[in-house]
Write a protein that binds this ligand. Structure first.
Ligand SMILES: NC(=O)C1=CN([C@@H]2O[C@H](COP(=O)(O)OP(=O)(O)OC[C@H]3O[C@@H](n4cnc5c(N)ncnc54)[C@H](OP(=O)(O)O)[C@@H]3O)[C@@H](O)[C@H]2O)C=CC1
Ligand SMILES: O=CCCC(=O)O
Length: 293
């Protein structure tokens, strides 16, 4: 199968490499074109614009940072729409909101193409290992046709129905995750300031009902105040913001998520945007220090 791949950030690069390793022919494009070189060394072809990639490939996958990026790659100059036509399928795996996904879907369909949104749960390592959880919605025939690529990139794919349901499911999951890591950070800070061992806290958590892979994976590095980036904090804040907007729309009150969003916003103002989202621990620590003054 030949696929185009637009966006070679942390996730896109790992996913495209996986496709190459598993025998797919891949044509890549990235806004910063130099990031394509590593993929070309591993056997990919390169397009100089999104339109060029669409012209060449029947199936095109996008993995872009946020709604403005997803929209500009489709609607911008030399963008996806310029070469979209009957017979082609566009699969947007970026985390965006329903409005963005619907706009893209309508434009692709108007040009005769088919559209699938397919955001993913799982981070850098699952992307490298082909262990993502794929939350797809949109054109079922396209979903069935690109399943061989989902089998390579993920451990499980869900088909959730109409466009928007994939985006919503992803935002619900990340809203929970962002609230959890903030509560976890407060727990680590509280244990430390109370004279308890944070390592022992991790051991206790691991044995009980709230044990989870995220605390286990991130906890030891957080204790050492190390935040190697897998999921950038700025993207977690984007997801909290989009989830809160969804909550407004459907009138669900989310005070815990709203508080966590404030912590991520503070993280951005402290210069932590490109650090891992677990760096929200720094925000919690900073706030405790500030409240003492
Ligand atoms: N990292 C993670 O753990 C996970 C991330 N996600 C989601 O996947 C998406 C990608 O995440 P990730 O790879 O971490 O993000 P990165 O920040 O590493 O990469 C973002 C990508 O988007 C491109 N981009 C940004 N703005 C524009 C623009 N205006 N026009 C064209 N391209 C643009 C970047 O290009 P350039 O190189 O030129 O900057 C880069 O290729 C996000 O929606 C994120 O929320 C989902 C699951 C896990
Ligand atoms: O969107 C990012 C999700 C990160 C994860 O699932 O670990």
């Amino acid at each position: 199968m030949e696929v185009g791949f637009l966006g070679l950030g942390i996730m896109g690069k790992a996913m495209a490499v996986n496709l190459l390793r598993n025998g797919f022919k891949v044509t890549v494009w990235n806004r910063t074109l130099s990031r394509c070189e590593e993929l070309v060394e591993q056997g990919a072809s390169m397009g100089s614009t999104p339109a060029e990639v669409v012209k060449k490939c029947k199936y095109i996958i996008a993995m872009l940072s946020d709604p403005p990026a997803a929209l500009s790659v489709v609607f911008g100059k030399d963008g996806v729409l310029e070469q979209m036509c009957t017979g082609k399928g566009y699969i947007d795996m970026s985390t965006v909101d329903t409005v963005t996904s619907t706009k893209i879907s309508e434009a692709i369909i108007e040009k005769g193409g088919r559209f699938l949104e397919a955001p993913v749960s799982g981070s850098k390592k699952p992307a490298e290992d082909g262990q993502l959880i794929i939350l797809a919605a949109g054109d079922k025939s396209l979903y069935d046709e690109v399943m061989p690529s989902f089998d390579v990139m993920g451990k499980k794919a869900f088909f959730l129905g109409e466009v928007g349901n994939g985006a919503k499911m992803k935002l619900v999951v990340n809203m929970i995750m962002g609230s959890m890591i903030t509560a976890f950070s407060e727990g680590l800070a509280l244990a430390d300031k109370s004279g308890l061992s944070q390592t022992t806290l991790l051991d206790v958590l691991e044995l009980g009902a709230i044990a989870n892979p995220m605390f286990k994976l991130k906890g030891p590095a957080m204790i050492q105040e190390k935040f190697p980036t897998a999921f950038p904090l700025k993207h977690q804040q984007k997801d909290m913001r989009l989830a809160l907007a969804l909550g407004d729309e459907v009138e669900v009150s989310m005070p815990v998520a709203a508080a966590a969003n404030e912590a991520f916003k503070k993280g951005i103002s402290l210069g932590l945007s490109d650090q891992d989202f677990s760096a929200v621990y720094q925000v919690v620590k900073e706030s405790s220090a500030a409240s003492k003054v």
